[in-house]
Design a protein around this ligand. Structure first.
Ligand SMILES: Nc1ncnc2c1ncn2[C@@H]1O[C@H](COP(=O)(O)OP(=O)(O)OP(=O)(O)O)[C@@H](O)[C@H]1O
Ligand SMILES: [Mg+2]
Length: 239
């Protein structure tokens, strides 16, 4: 593979006596979409939160672009360019779409002109947000809120974008829309780490994939290989 942008070794997270993540290794190649799939409770969200510095690691090392960020504070990690998309419903509901996007740029020190250009880019990726720029985020549909959450994360100028189940609770046609946009953002060079329960769509989209079960990586490979793997088909695709 290309040089990994993110490399994780022996990551473990416990909640009290619950071993949520039990020593996993991950390599995310620069410029690729990597997906982490698995059932409820497998440890997917915990893995993302550990990468973002939001839960304490019991063990493990995280290298981002060669730098050890294992013990870094969440705002430093975001500042470095590792940005997690907030849960769709976590947009600031009493602020407008545009204000939410402006807040996404809070870690940046460049000027208003650069931020305005990036807002225009988000609007071109998600034209529905442009149409609703002045509308309160709380009045958006679920799909639009998910788009806004992604747009807000993009405003931080990520080098690696983390997403936790962006398809959750959305109609299939909206999911298609969002996955198409992720593909377009990736085609422009952004590296993406996508956690999904929508295994089929995620494996179709991603170049590389990991399957997590009870806190352990049990399978890994290219998205195409895992789509065709009988174990994946039996456990996750209903074949
Ligand atoms: N704050 C917490 N305190 C105690 N246990 C927790 C906590 N958060 C998660 N867990 C447990 O850790 C394990 C992994 O949870 P996690 O949320 O990472 O799974 P997940 O793969 O994201 O699941 P889902 O697909 O349902 O979102 C589960 O057994 C869960 O019950
Ligand atoms: Mg989860």
């Amino acid at each position: 593979m290309n040089e990994p942008l993110l490399s994780v070794r022996g990551l473990a997270v416990n909640y009290g006596h619950v071993e949520a993540v039990r020593g996993i290794d991950l390599d995310l190649a620069a410029g690729e979409i990597t997906t982490l799939v698995g059932a409820n409770g497998a440890g997917k969200s915990t893995t993302l939160m550990a990468l973002s510095g939001l839960v304490k690691k019991a063990a493990g090392r995280v290298l981002f672009d060669g730098r050890d960020i294992s013990g870094a504070a969440p705002h430093r990690i975001v500042g470095d360019g590792l940005v997690q998309v907030a849960e769709g419903r976590a947009t600031l509901t009493t602020l407008s779409v545009r204000e939410n996007l402006e807040l996404g740029a809070y870690t940046r020190r460049d000027g208003a002109a650069a931020r305005a250009r990036d807002i225009d880019r988000v609007y071109s990726l998600f034209p529905r947000l442009a149409e609703r720029a002045a509308q309160l985020a709380g009045s958006l549909s679920g799909g639009e809120q998910q788009m806004l959450a992604i747009g807000r994360a993009l405003m931080a100028r990520p080098r690696l974008l983390l997403l936790d189940e962006p398809s959750m609770g959305l109609a299939p046609i909206i999911v298609q829309d969002i996955f198409r946009t992720l593909k377009a953002i990736n085609a422009e060079g952004l590296t993406i780490f996508l956690v999904e329960q929508n295994v089929k769509q995620a494996l179709k989209l991603a170049q590389r994939a990991y399957v997590l079960e009870s806190g352990r990586v049990v399978l890994q490979g290219s998205g195409t290989d895992l789509l065709g793997d009988p174990r994946v088909q039996a456990a996750y695709l209903g074949h």
